[in-house]
Ligand binder design. Structure first.
Ligand SMILES: C[S@@+](CC[C@H](N)C(=O)[O-])C[C@H]1O[C@@H](n2cnc3c(N)ncnc32)[C@H](O)[C@@H]1O
Length: 399
């Protein structure tokens, strides 16, 4: 009977509402509804993974949160607050943006703003997020739905369903300014599949360190690698709580191999290597996968140093696979500047693009696998010569 303190089926006492929680709406998977099913008799499983979504308070609460985040200057905070405020209200929100950022605008010609190159405290490890080796806790990771996040927007561009309103709005705005971005996302994922096939199939690599994992989608690194070699061992690294929550729930590997997840920032390669060493044997070749991640290290020297430190830890015969966006006009990157400037005002983490020469410098000291550093759509394509996308890709081996 609704409202009774005891369950009519098993006699168990109902949980007392905590802090104004609505009875019968306990955390998924913990209440009597999870045990017996819905009142209509259907036994619906709680959605996995369960993540705690930051509650949407009133405008004042959002403004306070916006201030507390302290990410970027006052103008950036104000713009982010506006997006939070109008999140879910469609184009009404766009009317609040400065004219130069409204849909389809391409003519500012502004270079992306250059925020400081440092890990973002708000986006880096949440105290509530744990990596696969950390002590377990029942606390779910906290997801910030007030600001667009790269992993979720990337998923939106790939046609996935794991984005929030704010991610879709910013993602669509960027795609309006730089329509090729969806082709870039698809080409990047297809390149990932071909590169992993090459490494596991033709090069016999059995260990992968995938930094900047992204939300799980079709043919993730471990699926492709373990289809070829079930004993392959994969460590995923990301610093976005939603990626880690989904990865733990969805990226399960073969019993013969291993799949692990590490919550770490790419700016901290020592932590990545230390945690990865719990799953990977650094005495044997490792394929380091850095797809769409060095673009979040804003200083080129710092990015080069991160690559150098990671590649120094793996033996000869190891590989570096990377993709990276570019402004280079000959591969269609000229529209990237305005789109990235918009991104850096409205989303996290801040991003940059680089010239082919700058990206090539990340591969110094390594031997390029044919066809070298090319638009990732043209790296060993399955058929024909697809159009170039403004995202370079390469695979290189440590001599
Ligand atoms: C563009 S997505 C690329 C995903 C995947 N590698 C692919 O190519 O499809 C970039 C990923 O890097 C992650 N990321 C961004 N900055 C990071 C950082 N400082 N440390 C670790 N991961 C980061 C984001 O959360 C996101 O999942």
């Amino acid at each position: 009977m609704r409202g009774s303190r005891y369950c009519s089926r098993c006699g168990a006492r109902r949980a007392r509402p905590v802090d104004g929680a609505v009875p019968g709406r306990e955390r998924p998977g913990t209440g009597l509804r999870a045990k017996h099913g819905a009142p209509d008799g259907s036994k619906r499983a709680p959605k996995a993974p369960f993540v705690r979504v930051r509650p949407r308070g009133g405008a004042r609460a959002r403004l306070r949160r916006g201030r507390a985040r302290a990410c970027g200057g006052a103008r950036a905070r104000l713009l982010r607050h506006r997006i939070g405020r109008f999140s879910g209200q469609g184009d009404h929100r766009a009317a609040q943006w400065p004219a130069e950022y409204r849909a389809g605008h391409r003519s500012t010609g502004k270079a992306p703003t250059a925020p400081t190159d440092r890990p973002r405290p708000r986006q880096t490890r949440s105290a509530l997020v744990r990596d696969s080796h950390a002590p377990t806790s029942d606390a779910p990771p906290e997801i910030d739905t007030g600001v667009a996040h790269n992993a979720r927007v990337w998923n939106h561009w790939l046609g996935g369903k794991d984005a929030y309103d704010v991610d879709r709005q910013v993602g669509d705005q960027v795609a309006g300014m730089f329509p090729v971005i969806r082709d870039v996302a698809r080409a990047d994922r297809a390149f990932l599949g071909r590169a992993v096939c090459h490494l596991a199939g033709e090069r016999g690599v059995r260990q992968f360190l995938d930094i900047g994992t992204g939300l799980p989608t079709a043919d993730n690194t471990h699926e492709t690698a373990q289809r070829i070699a079930p004993e392959a061992r994969i460590v995923y690294v990301d610093n976005d709580p939603i990626v880690l929550a989904h990865a733990r729930a969805l990226l399960t590997g073969t019993p013969q191999g291993a799949t692990a997840y590490v919550d770490a920032d790419v700016h901290d390669p020592e932590r990545i290597l230390e945690r990865a060493a719990e799953t990977l044997d650094f005495g044997r070749p490792v394929a380091v996968m850095m797809l769409g991640i060095l673009n979040f290290v804003l200083d080129t020297g710092t990015a080069r140093d991160i690559v150098r430190r990671i590649m120094a830890a793996v033996p000869s015969g190891s590989f570096l696979t990377l993709t990276h966006p570019t402004f280079d006009a000959d591969v269609g990157g000229e529209g990237n500047a305005a789109a990235m400037a918009f991104w850096n005002e409205h989303a996290v983490p801040p991003i940059t693009a680089r010239s082919r020469a700058e990206i090539a410098s990340f591969l110094d000291g390594l031997d390029l696998v044919e066809p070298g550093l090319v638009p990732c759509s043209q790296w060993r394509p399955d058929a024909g010569t697809p159009a170039a996308v403004p995202q370079y890709g390469a695979v290189a081996v440590k001599p």
